[in-house]
Write a protein that binds this ligand. Structure first.
Ligand SMILES: NC(=O)c1ccc[n+]([C@@H]2O[C@H](COP(=O)([O-])OP(=O)(O)OC[C@H]3O[C@@H](n4cnc5c(N)ncnc54)[C@H](OP(=O)(O)O)[C@@H]3O)[C@@H](O)[C@H]2O)c1
Length: 258
């Protein structure tokens, strides 16, 4: 069966996307750092669905990890029909006070990794009559957010890159979509260091589940939607920012993430 590669598949939205794709009959190649989580998820998926699930435990902030993924796909002759560039994370704080090396690692995972994997795997996708590329951005791609400066900029990069290659690939049979979730109940905030009571309370008011984000995402991908923004409020926010002065949206965002 044709295979879906999913980065950041050990937990959160990536895990839910893996289950959603398995439920639609795709074999899987799951990638993240935590081997035990990938192993358990693979076992769970193979017992719940009639698909094969492989995994690779890799630190994707290491540029050599891309070579390892491509080598594994070639060696095992894996027929890639879906690529989901989901791995990504944020570092919360004022830019000038943050560790630049850590920020650069984040930039690599959020942007370069997606570009490299897309470039290496598009030839595999283009072999098929129909295939799928899903890049995971964020509702924060639509505006700047003080204290998440690089993260939001990196997600704007994902959005613009995805829209451009979608246009270039028209007529090639590759469905290219950008998923921009809003707040979702995952490990994201803890990993970003967004752990104050106020932030958690604010997020809880709007949080969606990974499962509902993943279902909307894969429905949208199959329908070849350019941009997928799960949740009415997130969609409204992404549309409204075009009509509100930037200083106002930045003040609101700064207040939410203080
Ligand atoms: N949750 C939200 O509110 C939200 C909102 C908008 C967009 N997003 C986007 O959604 C995507 C998934 O995030 P999530 O919310 O599901 O967060 P999460 O629960 O923290 O999951 C992140 C995933 O990425 C993997 N990962 C992180 N760094 C990695 C590295 N260096 N090497 C390999 N794998 C790595 C993690 O696995 P390991 O720890 O096992 O490596 C995990 O599987 C991200 O691109 C994020 O920016 C999330």
């Amino acid at each position: 069966m044709n295979t879906a590669v999913i980065t950041g598949a050990s937990k959160g939205i990536g895990r839910a996307l893996a289950i959603e794709l398995a439920s639609r009959g795709f074999d899987l190649l799951l990638i993240a750092r935590t081997e035990s989580l990938l192993k358990n998820l693979s076992l769970e998926i193979e017992s719940d669905f009639k698909v094969k699930s492989r995994y690779l435990a890799l630190d994707l902030s290491n540029p050599a990890s891309v070579d390892e993924i491509i080598r594994n796909i070639k060696e095992n002759n894996i027929p890639i029909q879906v690529l989901v560039n989901n791995a990504g994370y944020a570092h919360w704080g004022n830019f000038s006070a943050m560790n630049l090396v850590e920020q650069e690692k984040m930039m690599f995972v959020n942007m370069n990794l997606m570009v490299k994997l897309s470039h290496h795997l598009l030839p595999y996708l283009m072999i098929h009559k129909k295939s799928y590329l899903l890049n995971v951005s964020s509702s924060s791609a639509y505006q700047s957010v003080p204290t998440l400066a690089i993260y939001c900029a990196s997600k704007s990069f994902v959005l613009q890159f995805t829209r451009a290659i979608r246009h270039e690939l028209k007529g090639n049979g590759v469905h290219v979509s950008c998923l921009s979730p809003g707040p979702t109940d995952t490990n994201f905030m803890d990993a970003a260091g967004m752990t104050t009571e106020k932030m958690k309370k604010n997020a809880a008011k709007f949080n969606m589940t990974s499962e509902s984000v993943a279902k909307t995402a894969i429905d949208g991908l199959m329908k070849n939607k350019a941009e997928i923004i799960p949740g009415f409020l997130n969609l409204l926010q992404a549309k409204m920012v075009n009509f509100v002065p930037k200083q106002i949206t930045e003040n609101i965002a700064a207040g939410l993430y203080k």
